[in-house]
Design a protein around this ligand. Structure first.
Ligand SMILES: *Cc1c(COP(=O)(O)O)cnc(C)c1O
Length: 398
């Protein structure tokens, strides 16, 4: 051991205060120092007035939380290691044995898998409801319902629900029962509509909004992260307490990567949106395809609901097509394999265009009545004409 070791660990040099630059630094820590024992006893992190331990927040994560609140119009945020972890955190924070959970029948698949795999073992049951039929949600809310998940639109089948109607059902049922509405806002990303004020009249919103920051906020296809945002201090406290007890953390480098991408999220979202609409329109002219599912297309399910809620006219760069029944699995696989710019891969929101063939009957069961095979596209940031050329060539492989 070198006699210099202690000096290296307890070095007296302090850089001058006052360094300031566009991005907050990458603060990495498990241990956080306190100036004295009294400070150790009294420092509070829950309201962001101080730092106590890396898991409880650093300048990097506090800054990201605050900026995400701005993005979504919320007041309180916690970060989770993935979008799915954010969903599971909400479930665990709010549900107890004997409670019931309601999921839309087009819910992000792993959310239902968590309910099947974990929540059911803990004595928490779930039912699915038809998000395109608010009366079905109303009928399924029961004495034991505590949490209702919402998603707009379904991220594979792309139907846009009547979000205000679904939220009104939740609010009406809420009276005295403590039912919480939680929206998976990954598609809207805080840009297409305001999750806490869906009609811009200050009257109606979700209680909680989660996002897979993995998608547009990261924008790079290289970070996994999620957020749970609310306007309610009481709900925030329940989520924050569960988050602390579960020991969930996000890495400082990842938080900084999202902070770096946030300033460009609005122009990236617009570029993805524009290109996706051009390509969705183009697909509607192709005889190989019987349906194009994109909420901004007039004949896509829930188009009017999208118009009512997304008054900005914005949409994510995501759409699905249903191929004519004459194309079997092998033909559609040939199409996907024939693409060169579009890569086969899950997720979305990054620069690279992606394609996924889905087996909808297997995913949705009897709720899926469309014939023909569904393929979902996530449009990246490549030149739209190049993407269209790639799609046209690959259609030749059908
Ligand atoms: C990707 C996604 C998630 C989960 O995000 P991960 O970070 O991949 O866990 C949740 N909901 C929706 C709608 C998604 O698209």
């Amino acid at each position: 051991m070198s006699e210099k070791t202690t000096g290296l660990i307890h070095h007296p040099y302090r850089p001058p205060a006052g360094f300031d630059s566009p991005q907050v630094g990458i603060y990495k820590a498990s241990t956080v120092y306190f100036p004295n024992a009294a400070a150790m006893r009294s420092t509070r992190w829950k309201d962001k007035t101080g730092y106590t331990y890396g898991l409880h927040g650093t300048p990097t994560t506090f800054t990201l939380e605050e900026r995400l609140c701005t993005l979504e119009g919320g007041l309180h945020c916690v970060l989770a290691p993935s979008g799915l972890a954010a969903i599971a955190l909400v479930d665990m924070a709010l549900l107890s044995a004997g409670d019931e959970l309601l999921l839309p029948n087009n819910v992000y698949g792993p959310s239902r898998a968590f309910a099947d795999g974990e929540l059911s073992r803990w004595g928490i049951r779930y039912q699915t409801y038809d998000p395109m039929n608010p009366a079905d949600l109303e009928a399924k809310i029961g004495e034991r319902t505590r949490l209702v998940w919402l998603e707009a639109p379904g991220s594979v089948s792309m139907e846009f629900p009547d979000l205000p109607a679904l939220l009104r059902v939740c609010k009406a049922a809420q009276a005295g029962k403590g039912i919480v509405s939680a929206l998976d806002n990954t598609w809207g990303a805080g840009l297409a509509f305001n999750p806490f004020d869906v009609l811009h009249d200050g009257q109606l919103g979700a209680d909680i909004s989660i996002q897979a920051l993995t998608k547009y906020p990261s924008g790079g296809g290289d970070v996994l992260m999620g957020s749970v945002i609310t306007r309610s201090p009481a709900l925030h406290q329940r989520v924050q307490d569960a988050h602390m007890r579960l020991g969930l953390n996000v890495a400082a480098n990842d938080a900084e990567a999202v902070l770096r991408s946030l300033p460009s999220i609005s122009i990236r979202y617009a570029a993805h949106d524009h290109a996706a609409r051009v390509l969705a329109q183009w697909f509607s002219t192709r005889s190989e395809v019987i349906r194009v599912l994109h909420p901004a297309l007039a004949d896509s399910p829930g188009h009017a609901h999208w118009q009512a809620v997304c008054r900005s006219g914005r949409a994510a760069g995501l759409f699905s097509v249903v191929f004519d029944e004459r194309y079997d699995q092998a033909a559609v696989d040939r199409f996907c394999d024939g693409l060169e710019l579009f890569r086969l891969g899950y997720s979305w929101g990054g620069p690279v265009s992606l394609v996924v063939p889905y087996d909808m009957p297997a995913q949705r069961g009897p709720a899926w009545t469309q014939h023909g095979r569904l393929v979902r596209f996530s449009i990246g940031l490549e030149e739209t004409a190049d993407l269209q050329g790639d799609l046209a060539t690959a259609l030749g492989h059908l």
